[in-house]
Design a protein around this ligand. Structure first.
Ligand code: FMN
Length: 373
């Protein structure tokens, strides 16, 4: 079974050297304007060197208003393309493949002035309400995704991923928890998925049929009145009909709290190898033909093997374990198959969000991880 995990897997024209994915991870390594730095390029090269078959970049904003945080990568300007070419070439030279994640932070935009969602809501008690996007703004957002997608292809990426999860703009439109609109973008599921469909179709027409498009989507929001597994299945079926190449299944929104957010903290004292969205993945797998990537909670090769054996998903995505151990997959393949050293404490956010680098503080003696677990 371990052999199957380390065999190549195809998503359309994209060939991954194995079934492991580095799930999109904001690295906090771009310069203030959002351009790739040499350190970010080295980070991708290191992952490819260490047998990560498919790297999904950190979320890249498609327009300034959709920027979530400082040191985030930009997909909103043509200047990005030349540096992307360097990064993608470094990954390809090491046998890896790399997909650009495109995002709009919506109501969670880093600049409260720009924050805009399907409807007004407060992203935190400290902030005011975000405003509700008007039709003209929605059209601009669709166009921004399409322009960013065109750039992604020029930059040498093997595909792109539309971030439709975690309470960012597209997820907000999908979710009845945030979306209280009464026009054609709100109300029924058909209306709530309209923005995602419009973005998908605009992106497809920008990149052509031979460029893989993936979507990362919530299995459910884990809040009362939120997006549900049944709705997720419906949306994925519709995207499959429209020609989507693969789905990555995630879950949760910030309001779901620390145990149900997209970056869950484990219950105190628990052995943390719970696959967060396993039952939803099995449900999707039984319905869809397109490849399914599953992220969240996988911490051992034995669990990855079990997921493959049970045909729960086609590829296994990891995020926090690869921050602590960029060489994890090489270790699992050739050396020892003990579990990931990651203890799922989220201490990695501290350096990343403050521009101090992309690393696990527990792994470094120059930082501590007090109070994070
Ligand atoms: C530091 C950090 C940055 C993240 N950045 C992104 C991102 O840019 N885009 C995204 O879709 N998810 C992002 N995530 C969520 C992960 O991709 C993943 O869904 C989540 O961490 C669960 O997987 P894990 O249990 O393997 O860590 C981030 C998570 C962490 C810890």
């Amino acid at each position: 079974m371990k052999d199957i995990l380390f065999e190549p897997f195809e998503i359309g024209t994209l060939v991954s050297g194995n079934r492991f994915v580095r799930s999109a991870t904001h690295e906090g390594l771009s310069d203030p304007s959002g351009l790739y730095t040499p350190e970010l390029i080295r980070t991708y090269a290191e992952l490819a060197e260490n047998e990560v078959g498919l790297i999904i970049t950190g979320h890249s904003f498609v327009s300034e208003e959709g920027r979530a945080s400082k040191f985030q990568s930009s997909a909103a300007c043509d200047d990005a393309v030349e540096l992307w070419k360097v990064a993608t070439e470094q990954v390809h030279r090491r046998g890896g493949s790399i997909v650009l994640q495109l995002a709009h932070a919506g109501g969670f935009s880093g600049d409260p002035e720009h924050a805009m969602g399907p409807s007004e809501f407060r992203s935190s008690p400290k902030r005011g309400f975000c405003r509700s996007a008007c039709r003209g703004e929605i059209q601009k957002i669709v166009d921004a995704f399409a322009s960013a997608a065109r750039r992604a292809r020029l930059g040498g990426f093997d595909g792109l991923q539309i971030h439709a999860a975690h309470g960012y703009l597209i997820s907000e439109f999908l979710s009845p928890f945030y979306n209280k609109r009464t026009d054609e973008y709100g109300g029924s599921l058909e209306n709530r998925m309209r923005l995602l469909k419009e973005i998908f179709l605009a992106v497809r027409s920008a990149v052509g049929n031979d460029f893989p498009i993936l979507v990362k989507i919530n299995s459910e929001d884990f809040v009362e009145g939120g997006f549900s597994v049944a709705e997720c299945v419906e949306v994925c079926r519709e995207l499959e009909r429209l020609g989507l190449d693969a789905v990555e299944l995630s879950g949760g929104i910030p309001e779901a709290g620390p145990r149900r957010s997209p970056v869950r903290l484990p219950e105190k004292g628990s052995v943390d190898d719970t696959v967060y969205y396993e039952s939803a993945a099995c449900r999707l797998k039984a319905t869809l033909r397109l490849p399914l990537l599953l992220v969240g909670g996988v911490r051992s090769i034995q669990t990855a093997e079990r997921l493959a054996r049970d045909s729960c998903c086609d590829m296994i995505s990891l995020c926090r374990p690869l921050i602590r151990e960029p060489g994890l997959l090489r270790r699992w393949h050739y050396e020892d198959d003990s579990p990931a050293k990651c203890v799922t404490c989220n201490a990695c956010f501290r350096p990343i969000l403050t521009g101090r680098g992309f690393f696990c503080p527990r792994e470094r003696s120059d930082d501590t991880s007090r109070g994070c677990n």
